[in-house]
Design a protein around this ligand. Structure first.
Ligand code: ADP
Length: 272
């Protein structure tokens, strides 16, 4: 993957080299239209299907810095907005990643936003309407977003439970782009491009994944992702036996259930 020039961790990242992204539908066109009106965007889809890569590609295209925040259950609005820190005998204010993006006109990506504490939606909401304001309670100010600021969130519908879901009123503040695993021909192209694997083995990996994904209804929480196929392809490319590569990159991380694991291995054995 192409590396960008980066500031401090969690800071603004300007991607200087094109991150490879294989379009699947009209996601580039939709994103550009949303960008031209600075509408917030929600990337919806299962894990490892290209959401992050897509956004990296778009940030590169638009020549905007990208700030990515991996949301988790302890993430609060202060983590996003900022806080006072004690330095020696002084207290100094430090902007959080969202505030930095709002000030400097970056694209702010809140990955798996539903995981964050609900107080984060309070700071996100005013940024998603026409005012494009960020309330910073501790400083007693409302910051107006830089004209190039854009908010993007990702959301995995498969993970949501009754207890943890985005409120419909929050979802409706975003343009929703649906992502899924790419069709076989495109997924093969991605594996070849990402891993340097030969076309025949990449095709076999994708065909096997197609069958493995059908096991979803039998109790697998997550199906085989494009990311897992890229891992398997990389291991094969490094000389590891093909079947063992599938086992460690795809099957083991996906299930702890020995029967399901065996059912998956059965599929990969038919191809390798
Ligand atoms: P997500 O953010 O949806 O969890 P990522 O964007 O991190 O997933 O994708 C995982 C990996 O799969 C990427 O690092 C890349 O190697 C590969 N990938 C998936 N979809 C694409 C695509 N359309 N174009 C290029 N690479 C892709």
């Amino acid at each position: 993957m192409s590396e960008g020039k980066s500031g401090q961790p969690g800071g603004l990242r300007l991607l200087l080299e094109e991150p490879f992204y294989q379009p699947v539908g009209n996601e580039l066109g939709v994103f550009m239209a949303a960008w031209s009106k600075r509408l917030p965007v929600m990337l919806k889809g299962p894990t490892g299907c290209g959401k992050t890569r897509f956004l990296e590609h778009m940030a590169w295209r638009l020549k905007r810095p990208l700030v990515t925040v991996a949301c988790h259950e302890d993430l609060t609005s202060s983590d996003l907005v900022g806080r006072y820190l004690i330095e020696g005998d002084e207290t100094v204010w430090q902007d959080g990643p969202l505030t930095k993006a709002v000030r400097e006109g970056a694209i702010c990506y809140l990955d798996e936003v539903v995981e964050a504490r609900t107080d984060t939606t309070v700071v996100i909401h005013p940024l998603t309407d026409h005012r494009r304001h960020l309330p910073i309670e501790k400083l007693g100010i409302e910051l107006t977003a830089h004209p190039d600021f854009m908010l993007v969130i990702s959301y995995n519908p498969g993970y949501q439970t009754v207890l943890k879901d985005l409120k419909p009123s929050t979802k409706q503040r975003f343009v929703g782009l649906n992502f899924g695993y790419p069709p076989a021909e495109l997924e093969t192209r991605i594996i070849v491009r990402e891993t340097g694997l030969d076309e025949a083995r990449a095709q076999a990996l994708v065909a096997a994944a197609g069958k493995a994904r059908n096991l979803k209804d039998q109790g697998l929480q997550e199906v085989t992702s494009t990311r897992a196929l890229v891992y398997a392809g990389n291991l094969m490319g490094s000389g590891l036996n093909a079947l063992e590569s599938c086992e460690v990159a795809i099957v083991n991380p996906q299930t702890d259930d020995p029967e399901l694991a065996e059912a998956l291995m059965e599929i990969f054995r038919a191809f390798f």
